[in-house]
Design a protein around this ligand. Structure first.
Ligand code: PAF
Length: 296
């Protein structure tokens, strides 16, 4: 039963309070022959999210989004509490971009069968969860896979849209979609500031000075790309080029890595790479930023 005064077919965006209402709405869409495109988010929307919604609208009959800051993917409560939230601004952005329905939820509503939400059975991130984020944020990608699995089951999308900035997350989600047999996972390009800084909800937590400093993250990826263009194919040399960009910086690099995205083996795979993704995570005070760039 939908708790909303608006009809399915009016132009205004529906805002539903919980995932079971969203499931009903999505079922009606499918039963009436409409394909559902889905953009899962944690809110604090920026132009990167807007690009996902724009694409979902073009490629599907209807488009829906979720806003849920998922506690399962935060390893520490402080980071969870500090995560930026601005629901009214998010709703305005989604509506302006033609999203048809947005829903929220709580752990209780996403996992109604679980008596105590502290005991939600976690799904392992799988083979692409190994290394990098796993080392720095243990359990984070398990938390992502667990909630995205749930979101997909509620929404049943034909296509789901994710930003390439969270590169390892996209690999984990594609692996999940393959195991479920749906949806098509569409990975959309990272949207950047003119300086190269990747748009991220966490940028809102940076002072103007810190934002300037954070530009080094993209500069390090650009250094690896330049080295690749000059013919360097060894991961450890490419990685050194990345690290050099942080000399004298306040940024604390958690990892700088070059991996073959299809093999996803350990960092610094031996020999010459034919395919390579440069990936980086760095902290500026309490704010953690990640980015990546395809080199090949
Ligand atoms: O990328 C995000 O915003 C989150 O990890 C996601 C995919 C919405 C799951 O909570």
């Amino acid at each position: 039963m939908l708790h909303c005064s608006m009809s399915y077919f009016c132009l205004a965006m529906l805002h539903l309070p919980n995932p079971s209402d969203a499931r009903d709405w999505c079922n009606v869409q499918r039963q009436t022959g409409r394909s559902v495109g889905f953009v899962p988010t944690m809110g604090a929307l920026h132009r990167g999210h807007e690009s996902l919604v724009d694409r979902a609208r073009i490629e599907n009959d209807v488009c829906c989004a979720s806003i849920f800051v998922n506690p399962l993917q935060f390893e520490d409560g402080q980071d969870f509490n500090a995560y930026p939230r601005d629901l009214n601004a998010d709703l305005a952005v989604l509506e302006a971009h033609g999203c048809d329905m947005i829903f929220e939820g709580t752990l209780e509503s996403f996992f109604p069968e679980v008596e105590d939400v502290r005991r939600i059975p976690m799904i392992s991130a799988g083979p692409f969860g190994r290394g990098l984020e796993e080392v720095c944020r243990p359990g984070h990608l398990d938390g992502v896979r667990t909630i995205v699995d749930r979101l997909f089951r509620f929404v049943g999308p034909a296509k789901a849209y994710f930003g390439e900035k969270d590169f390892q997350q996209t690999l984990v989600v594609m692996d999940l979609a393959e195991s479920l047999g749906y949806p098509d996972v569409i990975v959309c390009p990272t949207v950047r500031e003119p300086s190269g800084l990747a748009l991220s909800s966490r940028n809102a937590l940076l002072s103007p000075d810190e934002k300037k400093e954070a530009e080094r993250i993209f500069q390090s990826l650009a250094a690896a790309a330049k080295a690749w263009s000059s013919g360097i194919r060894h991961a450890h040399i490419l990685r050194e080029k990345m690290i050099e960009q942080f000399a004298g910086s306040r940024l604390i690099v958690e990892y700088a890595a070059v991996r073959n995205p299809s093999a996803w083996t350990a960092d610094d795979p031996p020999g010459e790479l034919s395919h390579a993704q440069a990936l980086i995570a760095a902290r500026l005070g309490r704010v953690r930023l990640i980015d990546n760039l395809q080199l090949h």
